[in-house]
Design a protein. Structure first.
Length: 451
């Protein structure tokens, strides 16, 4: 059956990014700070307890300097993918350009709610910390490779893409309020961490500024958009309101940037020695400007196609409109093309985390809530229990819900030695254990050394 190009072209913007994004990402799961304990009774000094607030680092991890050490290096890699209804195997097959079975498509369609949500984050890099004794603060220098992908839209957009517009024969498919944002960039950071002891109470604040080197970006938004497919596919009416921006030519070297940006991270925490600690974080508050290799499409119109065959959606690119062989009347109704610079605000993240030691400080309970500034995101809440097998070894279990996730279960192991620390875990084990049925997944590894 013949189909129209634009009928799925709006949704197909999502598909090529999945194919391009061969290294999936992800981001983050809640944290507590490492514990300084005595050998005999695990006495916790909570003013040294700090909360990991990036959700992929859902662990207690020793980041304290030894008394004779002034330098610390941390290497970490974090990946997470979150979705309501889309099984992990489905998402990973898209990301790595692998075939998707009809059974997996049908299962995803049954599990989806009214809104499709998918979010992935990759954050990997190296951080150097220097304790400046005279100023009594910590200087932080870091490099991170970042990738973020956020998708939300109506369920009918998913069905149009994977079943074709024939699925809606004699009916109208709603493609309004599709949001697709992909960011791929290098992050170079500098910051300070300062602790102030007031006796019974302690305060810590941190500020980090970052320069962002843009590698790739795609931003797609739809307003009131719909597709009507006539019986027997005689014609298709498309009513669209579309904005499409991309800067995807990549950066051959540091000087040939597709774009630049700046961001800031902020932390403020309060503790009552060994009784409790509360931490507040605001991350990725920033903006990017795209100044090379831009392609923009925008427009609002109604188009009627008759007898037009849709090209391979997985091969769609920002040049696809240029290759269409249409008469001038139809071409004039397509989105207009330009090559203008554009700017986007980064999707920021805000966290509040509370930590409380129990059982003579062998158990630390953490409760956290996170908000990400992306469409249709509900606050993500979690609980985490950290049990110290010994003063230098801890196992952790966590449970969380909200955001773009259904229900997450996590586990982690962390160990510290005199000069070296390691933490390995997942904030979403279910998506890794049963990827064909459960959505999302996460893995993280953190290594640290002091000298």
């Amino acid at each position: 059956m013949k189909k129209t190009f634009l009928a799925l072209i709006i949704i197909s913007y999502i598909s090529p990014l999945f194919a391009q994004d061969s290294t999936a990402v992800l981001n983050n799961k809640g944290n507590t700070d490492s514990l300084k304990t005595s050998r005999k009774n695990y006495v916790v000094k909570s003013y040294l307890l700090y909360n990991y607030t990036q959700l992929a680092d859902n662990n207690v991890f020793n980041q304290q300097f030894r008394g004779d050490a002034f330098d610390r290096i941390i290497i970490d890699g974090n990946f997470n993918a979150n979705s309501k209804g889309v099984p992990s195997a489905f998402a990973f097959n898209l990301l790595f350009n692998q075939p998707i079975s009809s059974a997996l498509i049908n299962r995803a369609d049954k599990q989806l709610g009214n809104i499709v949500k998918f979010d992935e984050n990759l954050n990997t890099g190296i951080t150097y910390e220097r304790h400046l004794k005279k100023a009594d603060l910590i200087l932080v220098l870091g490099y991170n490779y970042r990738q973020m992908l956020n998708i939300s839209g109506p369920k009918q957009a998913f069905e149009t893409m994977f079943y074709g517009n024939a699925h809606f024969e004699g009916d109208t498919a709603n493609l309004s309020n599709i949001h697709f944002d992909f960011y791929n960039y290098n992050q170079y950071s500098i910051g300070i961490i300062k602790k102030i002891d007031y006796g019974n109470y302690q305060m810590q604040f941190g500020v980090t500024g970052s320069f962002l080197q843009v590698i790739n970006n795609i931003d797609i938004q739809t307003g009131a958009t719909s597709i009507y497919t006539a019986p027997y596919g005689e014609f298709v009416d498309i009513n669209y309101n579309l904005t499409y921006n991309s800067a995807t030519a990549s950066a051959p070297n540091f000087g040939a940037l597709n774009g630049v940006g700046a961001s800031g991270d902020f932390n403020l925490s309060f503790a009552n020695k060994d009784k409790w600690k509360i931490s507040m974080d605001l991350r990725d508050v920033g903006i990017m400007t795209f100044r090379k290799h831009e392609v923009n499409y925008s427009g609002t119109n109604n188009v009627n196609f008759q007898g037009f065959v849709i090209p391979n959606l997985l091969q769609f690119s920002s040049q696809t409109f240029d290759t269409l062989n249409l008469d001038s009347a139809l071409t004039s109704k397509l989105p207009s093309k330009s090559n203008n610079q554009y700017s986007l605000f980064l999707p920021f993240t805000a966290d509040i985390i509370f930590s409380k030691p129990l059982l003579h400080d062998r158990l630390v309970l953490t409760a956290g809530i996170q908000y990400r500034h992306i469409p249709n995101y509900y606050p993500y809440g979690y609980l985490k229990a950290n049990y110290f097998l010994s003063p230098d070894m801890v196992v952790s279990a966590s449970a969380g819900a909200g955001g773009y996730s259904l229900f997450d279960l996590g586990f982690e192991f962390a160990k510290t030695w005199k000069y070296f620390d390691v933490a390995l875990g997942s904030s979403n084990l279910l998506g890794l254990i049963v990827p064909g049925y459960y959505s999302g997944g996460a893995l993280y590894l953190k290594l640290g050394t002091t000298f």
